[in-house]
Write a protein that binds this ligand. Structure first.
Ligand SMILES: [Zn+2]
Length: 444
């Protein structure tokens, strides 16, 4: 079911080969950061709607005679494909999401418990009920997917007693884990691995890269990653992914004439056969070395064979952590973006701003800063004028100790509160009107 896909990491980004479409992302990690923001909350509802066409959702009995149409799957596919370009046209993810949901229904309805009880009552031999579980699952998977599944749905991991977990593996792709323990309060989110994956990615981003993560943001990325692993040790094993890494150093493609020179004329050198190296060969090598220095670094990239999005995301996260990347939330759309290096203050991202067709958050942010500046000037003028009024009053007050009017405690107390209010107000997206501000200042 899987075809080989290769993720090639280079220059802070990557591209994936082996897909039917072009997939790449640069050093802004837009696809990953957008993925983390996607809303997966409609997923359980969509699956419920889909399953209810083929299953009685109370008894989980099959409603034979209904065949899914492409239209039935459309909403589910749309949601999944909107997550990440990797999922474009990817039917595997649709299948395992459906299998996960079946696992959820199975647990919630306590199917295993029911079958176990039935088997005990009938006096079946010890593991007959497991065959029944196997059958229950297979029949429904067959019915839910359009194409036949391998018949060897195995209970490959069983533990003692009904309290433990068992797992099924239909094929490498359709792996599901179900609790035998009765769990009527099971939440679908716990079973849907796509939701779990997104949660993990969000968590890793926050713990290792978010510049605003309290208590963590002054630490190095490497240290933050360590703390993350320590904190989430229990889940870290589930979160690990196996990938195959290729060690490769590519040849440079520029100035082939040097290469030819080496290959054809000076093949018979000390590098190929024992013997003295000719002057010509040495000269050719020197030229090639010169050319190599100036050639592009093509080939010096990390190449991994991957199967699914999870691997791609984890690899990307790893590269980001190693590169000390920091991320922050955009002040306009509240989504993550890669923060520029220290000392550069950027508050808005490059995405098209919500509710806009062309304007980016940066554009919106710039306009807002301008607007705020104007608003700030106006509010400041009101502050000054109110201060003057109060200063005049302070001057008229009789001070026996000979202190100055500006040190008047009443005036100072007011000024402190008024400045705080002003500072807070000009930071706001929509500061209050001048009249409102004036009223509040007077009332302080
Ligand atoms: Zn934004």
């Amino acid at each position: 079911m899987f075809s080989s896909k290769y993720a090639i990491f280079k220059d802070g980004g990557y591209n994936v080969e082996g897909l039917t479409y072009w997939l790449e992302d640069g050093s802004k990690h837009t696809k990953l950061l957008d993925y983390a923001e996607k809303d997966l909350s409609p997923l359980p509802g969509l699956l419920h709607e889909l399953f209810s066409k083929k299953l009685d959702m109370e008894t989980l009995d099959l409603n034979d005679g209904y065949e899914f149409t492409t239209g039935d799957l459309l909403a589910l596919r749309k949601l999944i494909e909107s997550l990440h370009r990797f999922y474009e046209g990817n039917l595997d993810v649709i299948q395992w999401t459906m299998a996960d949901y079946l696992g959820y229904l199975y647990t919630k309805a306590e199917v295993a418990v029911r079958l176990h009880k039935k088997s005990l009552t009938a006096g079946d031999s010890a593991n007959t009920w497991l065959d029944e579980v196997d059958k229950w699952f297979r029949v429904r998977l067959d019915a839910l997917f359009d194409f036949p599944y391998p018949a060897d749905l195995n209970v490959y991991e069983t533990f003692d007693g009904i309290e433990e977990k068992i797992s099924f593996e239909v094929d490498k792709n359709l792996y599901a884990r179900f609790r035998l323990k009765s769990d009527r309060n099971a939440k679908p989110e716990l079973y849907l691995r796509e939701i779990g994956l997104q949660e993990t990615v969000r968590r890793i981003l926050f713990w290792t890269m978010d510049v605003d993560a309290p208590g963590l943001n002054r630490l190095t990325a490497a240290l933050r990653a360590k703390i993350y692993s320590h904190r989430f040790e229990d889940t870290a094993i589930q979160d690990s992914a196996n990938v195959k890494k290729f060690l490769s150093i590519g040849a440079f493609s520029e100035k082939d004439d040097f290469g030819d020179c080496l290959n054809s004329v000076h093949l018979n050198t000390a590098h190929c056969y024992p013997g003295p190296m000719s002057n010509e060969a040495e000269e050719a090598l020197r030229k090639v070395a010169e050319a190599a220095k100036g050639a592009s670094a093509e080939g010096y990239s990390d190449v991994y064979e991957i199967e699914d999005l999870r691997q791609l995301l984890y690899l990307e996260l790893q590269q980001m952590i190693n590169a000390d990347i920091l991320i922050k939330r955009c002040r306009n759309c509240k989504k993550y973006f890669v923060a520029p290096g220290t000392g550069v203050k950027v508050e808005y991202c490059d995405r098209v701003a919500p509710g806009e067709t062309k304007k980016t958050c940066k554009d919106v942010g710039a306009a807002r800063t301008e607007k705020n500046k104007k608003a700030a000037n106006k509010l400041y003028a009101i502050f000054r004028s109110e201060y003057h009024t109060r200063f005049g009053r302070a001057r008229r007050r009789v001070r026996l100790d000979g202190s100055k009017a500006k040190d008047d405690p009443k005036l100072q107390a007011w000024e402190k509160k008024a400045r705080k209010m002003y500072d807070e107000e000009i930071e706001k997206e929509n500061p209050m009107t001048e009249d409102e501000f004036r009223e509040l200042l007077k009332g302080l």
